[in-house]
Write a new protein. Structure first.
Length: 94
């Protein structure tokens, strides 16, 4: 009985950890810098391709700026497994 309860607790903790990470189509907020290739690069080196919607195009012009970006992560239909950040808003930060 105790083993079953312990195993159940461990499984629930694992499930919680995986559900807390960002999934495609959830709104996310990401801080980073726009590089020369119009990508968002976080402080940890994670690179996000920026979608070419209206806000994304504005953001791509902010090369060298540190920004806070809100948007949705969506799978790229053309590239297997790639994820694109579809920007819904952003602001320059220091």
């Amino acid at each position: 009985m105790r083993k079953t309860v312990g195993l159940l607790v461990i499984l629930l903790m694992i499930l919680f950890v995986f559900s807390a990470s960002a999934k495609p189509s959830e709104i996310v907020v990401i801080n980073g810098t726009i590089n020369e290739e119009s990508q968002l690069v976080t402080d940890t080196g994670q690179i996000y391709e920026i979608g070419d919607n209206e806000k994304g195009m504005e953001l791509m012009e902010m090369e060298g700026s540190r920004v806070e970006v809100k948007g949705k992560l969506v799978k790229d239909a053309d590239d297997d497994g790639a994820v694109i950040l579809m920007v819904t808003g952003f602001k320059v930060i220091t």
